[in-house]
Structure formats: C-alpha cells, structure tokens
Design a protein. Structure first.
Lengths: 310, 387
C-alpha cells in the first residue's frame, strides 16, 4: 500500500508541465481562437515528447505506460487548457483499442499521423470528429455532430469520464491560480482584494474541494489500471468530485475577478468554458450520480471503514 | 501508486479484527462527558492497553508496537468497524504523544509515553484562554521561573477532558516582556497540583466535558517543559499539525458514520426526499475521499515528507463532513430527531453526534482561521490588513 506517485511518474509530469509552462500560455489560446483553433506545430511537439504514444505498447512505437500516467498528463492538459485532441486520441482511444485487441492503428497514433475521435451514445457530438459542425461555448472545441450512432461500450465511457475528470482537476487548479494572482494585484479600499477574508475564504473553499477531488481521481485511475470490478463506481465518483470542484472554482474565480471576469479579455473564460464542456461529457453528473447511487444504496460496492480500497 | 494491502497487512487486519470483536463493549458506553461515562472510557483504555493496542505506532519501549502509519490506518479502520468507543486519551495519544516523540528528551519519553499508552494517565489540553481563542498568540497566562520550578498564574478555558483528566499540557508566557508568538513555553502539569482549580463547563448537550482551569501560583518542575524555554509556539504548531492533519480524526470514524447513514436511509427510504438520498450517497463519497487523502498523507510521511499548512485543508474537510452527515441524519429522522431516547429506549446517537459535530468547525482552530491559513500559506494571498 503506497498512495504516492513514483519518481518516474513525478519526473514525467514535471517535464510536461515545464514544457507547457514555457510554450503554451494564454497567448497561445488567444492566437488559436483567431487563427482556426488547431496548430500542427503544437501537435508535433506533443508527438516529439512521446505523449501521443504514452499508452501505446513499446512494440508499436510507444512508451507503454498506463492509465495513472495518462490521467496525470490529462490533468496537465487541463491545466494549460490544451485544445489539441491529445487526451481523446492517446488516453481514451488508445487504451480502448488495446482492450479490444485492435492494434493496427497504434503505431500511426504514436507517430502522430492518426487522430481518433470516438463517439459514444451518451455524447451526441464529438470534438475533432467529422460531421456537421456544432458550436460549443468553448471556442476551441471543434465539435461535430456524429453522423452514425456511437458505441455504447462501458469501458470506452469509463475511459472518457476518467480522463475528463483528470482534465477538470488541472482546469480547476489553473482557475484557482488565476483568481489568486488577480486577487494579489487588484487593489481596492487601499489593499489587495485578496487580503479581504471575504475573498480568502471563498478561495480556500475551492482549495479544499480540489484537494479532496484529486485522490478520488487517482484512485479511479488505479482501479481502471488494475481492472477492478468496482472501477466504474470509482470513475463515477471521480467524475462527480472533479466536476463539482471545477464548477465551484470556476464560479468563484469569476466572482473574484469582478467585472473583469465577465470579459473576453481576461484569460479565465477559456478555462471556465472548457470546464463546462467537460463536466457534461462522457456521462453528465446525473448519469454518474445514478451509478454511484446504485452502487452505494444498491449494495454493489461494500461500504464501511474496512472497505477503503474496495 | 500501489493500492493493495500486502499479505502481512491483511494478516494484521485479521488480528485486529479478531481482538476487537472479542473486546469492544457490546452496549455503547455512557458519554465520556460525564464522570460515569469517563470512568467507563478510561476502563476501555486499559482494556485496549491489555491487548497492547494503546498506540500501535509507538516504539515497543514506550508501550507501542512499532508499527507504521499504514498499519495504524488499518488498526483505526478495524477499530471503527467494530464500533470502538471514543478515546478518552485522544489528547494524549494523538496530540501530545507525537509531540513528545518529536521534541521530548529521553527521560520525558520514558516518563510520559508509556503511562499514556497504557491508559494510566489521561490527558487534557489547555490551549485557549478567555482572551486567546482563535488568536492563540494572545496568551497571557504566565509561568515565572523560580529555581528549578515554574510558577504558573493565569487561566485556561475550553480544556477538553479537563473535568476528569489527570494531567494537562499547554503553552504559557515565560518571558513577561515578550509579545505574540515569542516568549512562550510548552509545559506539562499534573492537574492535581496545589493551586489548580477546575471549573467544569456545562456544554450544549448538558454534560461537562471541558473545563476552565485557574492557576494560582502553581509550582511545576522545570523538567516538565518540552523543547526548551521560549520554544512553545513552534511546539504547539507541531501539535496542531498532528491534530488537524492526520491523527485526531482518522477516516474510519467518518466511513463508519457514512455506513450508519446508509442504514438509516434504508430504514426511512419510503418517506425520504431525493435530496436526502443524494446527501447520503455524497456522504459515502466524501468519507472515501477523506480516506484516500489520509492514505496519501500517511504514504508521504512514511517516505520522509512532513505535514505543513495542508493540515488546515484536512481539518476544514473532516469537520464540515461530520456536521453535514449528522445534519442529513437529523433530517431523515424527522420528528424523531429531537428525542434523546427513541421509543425502544435506545440513545439517539445521531442527536448526540449532531450536537458534537457542531463543535468540529470550532475546536482545533476555527475553520475561519483554517481558511485564513490555507489562503495565506498555501495560496500565497496577502495577510489580513496588509497594504
């Protein structure tokens, strides 16, 4: 029993975070918003870091890592509000294809030549797919109505929900940080607004929500990785915890920004809108709540102090 | 990340379970906030000690078993699974004990830890004063050096367990010219020392769990000072870290409450509202989240890490979770919520628990103070009043 990430996992996260923080700031999102949403140079950089092949077995040209590593990197993608379809392709589609034994496209995915947008019956549309365009509130999402009905495979749904939850953690972290930075520099009544307890306490409540959503998501990733029978319950738990933390943080962050938060000029809106989009995707809150309800009250997961890791 | 127990850990769990099943009282004890209940709970401490379960993480030479924090968590899970009583000596084993382990001399460890683990000496805390509650650095009770003694004069209040306990610990101003966090010293004292008067305070539920302590030239030997004169604030902050961050409220307690809440919901399902149903499911989720987080903290400490200001996140989370679970239970009980005993004579433990849960966001540093700590030390926001 060890609820820590390994040194290798931490090094991986740090290297990706360092890369993003040096190259993928809000100005990139603003440029994409004007210039057509996708940039082959960004995609190529993700490929060069090995991220498209993160979960692809080494025999197919990838790094052969698991869902815990994928979830960690998905959180980093959320943190920088990455628009490129890395998470859907590399962390949702790849593990699903591997589970189904379909390996023919894996090396093309690892090399960055093949992107996959998988439809699921619970998602009426798909980002970066082909079909009639739909306009999302998130300006960088590139939604398309999927022409045929999607899969109703539960494993696909669980992978998508898990990775949305992980991205929401990063989004929430980033929104909290933006609100804190703004509260430090915006002065009113002769002091930074962040010195007022009315602001501090709201931001502290966000920190609590995010802090306690994180281990739920990591627990779900480990449960999926280990193939636990109860993994779907953990995924639903993670999706709800991360969604609630992100929604709370988004609303608090705009409030802390005051009127500036209500503008298109402040960066916050990209993260907030991505959060709204991901909260509803791969099973909305009601869907995952019902699964949790059925498990907890229906008795399909053992509960009590001795069942922490059921 | 490896979320499986080893065979040795499973074996340990089975050992704890068997012992608890054989020894935990079948009938709930009377609340430890009155003399009769306190004595019952002290008796239970001694029963625990007879099985060498007083404090499993301490070295064997001090009455422990030398186990690690994961084993402690397993022990706690089984303790709460079995419905183990509240620990009369929680101020000792969970707060003072770890502090002595970190700051105490070899002599102090020998003197204080073993009787603590064995339930022979029950400890009270003495932090707050009438003028120093959330603002603990405003402490004014004095300890004046006189040869090889301190002479203590002043007043402490809200001292939990002090109505019936044997010993107490707190911080006192040893440098009369000092202000705020400086010049404070952490001192342990026998509550029966001449000059100490205890005035039990009747609490919300009508019983007397905590007390006021009046010190009138109380002579305490200098060797009862922990970590040196003037170091009191740092030592107290370490104690508060144990209190808020890890030991005082292990997750098993809340997981057990969540499980009882599920059972209560099932009994009231026919008339319960959908919002009560969702609150019950959320309670399970939050208790689990707290457990995962605690395992993460324990793993971090075992790997050489420390608990810092994030202990405040923890304290906010468990205290508000406890209150919300009990509130949900009160709503589910409906008209029966107000009864101190149900028609069948059974004590309404949800009512007792709800009343107690209201103190959670206040004790161990109010949640307003915790939110300030989170905002200033974790998020880096400016201190109140900073220009």
């Amino acid at each position: 029993m060890d609820f820590r990430f390994s040194e290798d996992q931490l090094v991986l996260v740090e290297s990706v975070r360092d890369y993003f923080s040096g190259t993928h700031g809000p100005e990139v999102l603003r440029r994409l918003d004007v210039d057509g949403n996708r940039d082959p140079a960004i995609w190529q950089a993700l490929v060069d870091m090995g991220l498209t092949g993160l979960c692809v077995p080494e025999a197919h040209g990838g790094l052969g890592m698991g869902l815990v590593e994928a979830a960690l990197i998905a959180a980093e993608c959320g943190r920088v509000c990455l628009a490129e379809p890395l998470v859907d392709t590399a962390f949702v589609a790849v593990p699903w294809l591997i589970a189904k034994g379909e390996t023919d496209k894996l090396s093309a995915i690892a090399s960055g030549d093949h992107k996959v947008a998988l439809p699921h019956v619970l998602n009426p549309w798909v980002a970066d797919g082909e079909g009639k365009p739909q306009t999302s509130v998130d300006p960088l999402r590139n939604l398309a109505m999927f022409p045929a009905s999607g899969s109703n495979d539960d494993r696909l749904l669980n992978l998508g929900a898990l990775m949305n939850a992980a991205q929401l953690l990063g989004l929430a972290d980033a929104m909290l940080e933006q609100a804190v930075e703004y509260a430090k520099i915006r002065t009113q009544f002769g002091q930074p607004v962040g010195a007022f307890q009315g602001i501090k306490h709201q931001l502290a409540s966000c920190a609590v929500a995010v802090e306690f959503a994180k281990p739920v998501v990591w627990r779900a990733a480990a449960a999926m990785q280990d193939g636990l029978e109860t993994a779907p319950v953990h995924v639903s738990h993670a999706k709800i915890a991360a969604s609630d933390a992100a929604m709370l943080t988004a609303e608090t962050a705009i409030q802390v920004h005051g009127a500036m938060g209500y503008t298109y000029e402040v960066d916050l809106h990209f993260w907030m809108k991505r959060s709204w989009a991901l909260v509803g995707g791969w099973g909305d809150r009601s869907y995952h709540y019902k699964r949790l309800d059925a498990a907890v009250l229906g008795g399909s997961i053992p509960i009590g102090p001795e069942h922490t890791f059921a | 990340m490896h979320l499986h127990y080893t065979p040795e850990q499973e074996k340990f769990r089975a050992e704890v379970r068997a012992w608890m099943e054989a020894h935990v009282p079948k009938e709930p004890l009377v609340t430890l906030e009155c003399k009769e209940g306190f004595d019952q709970h002290v008796e239970w401490e001694r029963t625990l000690a007879s099985g060498n379960w007083g404090m499993v993480t301490w070295p064997e030479e001090y009455g422990g078993r030398g186990l690690d924090l994961i084993q402690w968590l397993i022990f706690e899970e089984e303790y709460f699974r079995a419905g183990g009583p509240n620990r009369a000596n929680q101020n000792g084993i969970f707060l003072l004990g770890p502090t002595i382990m970190e700051f105490g001399t070899e002599d102090q460890k020998r003197r204080f830890l073993t009787p603590m683990a064995k339930g022979e000496v029950i400890w009270a805390q003495a932090w707050s004063e009438p003028g120093a509650g959330s603002d603990m650095a405003a402490i004014s009770s004095k300890a004046v050096r006189d040869g090889d003694h301190y002479v203590i004069t002043g007043q402490k209040t809200w001292s939990s367990r002090a109505a019936f306990a044997d010993w107490g610990f707190g911080i006192f101003r040893t440098d009369p010219d000092s202000k705020r966090h400086k010049g404070l010293t952490f001192i342990l004292f026998d509550l029966n020392t001449p000059g100490i008067t205890r005035r039990p305070i009747r609490q919300l539920h009508g019983e007397t769990g905590f007390a006021e302590l009046f010190f009138d030239e109380v002579r305490v030997p200098v060797e009862n000072c922990l970590a040196g004169e003037g170091e009191g604030w740092n030592v107290a902050m370490a104690t508060a870290g144990f209190e808020r961050g890890l030991m005082l409220r292990s997750p098993g307690r809340f997981q057990a409450t969540a499980k009882r809440l599920v059972e209560l919901y099932r009994a009231h399902e026919a008339e319960a509202s959908p919002s009560a149903r969702e609150a019950v499911v959320q309670a399970w989720g939050a208790a689990q989240a707290y457990a995962y987080n605690t395992y993460a903290v324990a793993s971090k400490i075992m790997g050489g890490g420390k608990i810092g200001a994030e202990a405040s996140l923890n304290k906010i989370f468990w205290s508000e979770l406890d209150r919300s679970m009990h509130r949900t239970a009160m709503l589910l009980l409906g008209a029966h919520a107000e009864l101190k005993r149900f028609g069948n004579g059974q004590i309404n433990q949800w009512l007792e628990g709800y009343i107690f849960s209201l103190s959670g966001p206040i004790y161990a540093g109010s949640n307003e103070v915790q939110r300030n700590i989170v905002a200033e030390r974790l998020l880096g926001l400016p201190r109140v009043g900073a220009g």
